[in-house]
Design a protein around this ligand. Sequence first.
Ligand code: ARG
Length: 464
Amino acid sequence: MAKEKGARSRRFEGGLAPDAVDVNASIDFDYRLLPHDVAGSIAHAKMLAKQGIIPSEDAAAIESGLRAVEAELAAGELSWDPALEDVHMNVEAHLSQRIGDAGRRLHTGRSRNDQVATDLRLYARSQAEELIGLIDGLRLALVSLADKHVDDFLPGYTHLQRAQPVRLAHHLMAYNEMLLRDRGRIFDARKRAGECPLGSGALAATTFPLDREHVAAALGFDGVTHNSLDAVGDRDFAVELIAAIALCQVHLSRLGEELVLWLSQEFRFATLGHSYCSGSSIMPQKVNPDLAELIRGKAGRVIGDWVTLMTVLKGLPMAYNKDLQESQEPLFDAVETLRGSLKVATGMIENLEFDTARTREAVDSGYLVATEVADYLVSKGLPFRKAHDIAGALVATAIAEGCELAALPLASFRAESELFDDEIYEWLKVDRAVDRRDIVGGPARTRILAEIQRAQAELAERVV
Ligand code: ARG
């Protein structure tokens, strides 16, 4: 059987220059669209038959032929041909080789421009769903770890200086909040890719009486696009998804950074299962947190993906332009990078062991309860600014004495203010200091338990 020539009809004299084939072809990366391309084609073919545009036997042959081609391409039994440029022409060529003219009817009332615009939206929607599931998996791991550490303490930091004590659970739950917002942003981006472009044709729709709503519903879209030029010419849905992905990766990079700190010999707050660490090729004693570093480092490339896509889109005239083929790799890269990072981050959180004696030691030194001294004086009627000054003086005294505030004798407190009595020592206890922060969003035990319960209940429902 003659080889299918794809988009190069007899209008063309000869083939594309060999170097041009390499630059023109997208098959090396758009093979990822295979399942979506096949689903889109099946929906299109069935609708063509329903509308009486092609015979129903042809639609049936197209459907079974496409399923066979998809399976064989995925299994490597059929090969991709770069001369056919992309996933769309490769699939169609294999289909026509297999079923003859029925296959050659598939492209009626359609262009690769509305085809790829549809495939990419289907890809974005399905990947967004998968990422949301993975984000929820990481949140579950964080919330479970928080649940285990409600009664353990960690220094809270500002400027990476020990600031005030918090519950370890409170710190972990901060990431749940970030990830919950990331989930929401990805969910919203998925919604924006909810209109089906099929029927937009190359740019000016089609003369065939297509049932666009039928195709959109069959593919799980919320509706159809309303301007054919816009539908084939923009990739803003991908920009939004990459932006949401980049922000999630930035949040993961913060987690990665904290893991690097906690696992360092300087902090020694935690240890990590060796399945997430690497050795050094020269220093045998090293156990390096490579995966945490890579999650941190990969934020750079995902931010780059967003910049790449924005730059591709900037200044494109209406409607479709081949530049848009360059929108695919940043999208694939962002999705795949976040997917891998979420899985690894979840594994690391599940394998993280805190040294809670060590974190407690860190909480107990460095005057983290100095604010309590000021708050105590405020409770006795002193204006906060004066109280803050007295507390500062007492910290200076404690530093001079080489001890913590709670080790100072009452006489030292009273030398600064008559308002002090023995009660101050109660105020300086870490759990009391934390539990006085009994306000929504605060680290008090009851507040943390409520937040953990809220997150657990929400995760148990998990609806996309
Ligand atoms: N591979 C192409 C892309 O990703 C498909 C559309 C090609 N359209 C065209 N008019 N050459 O954009």
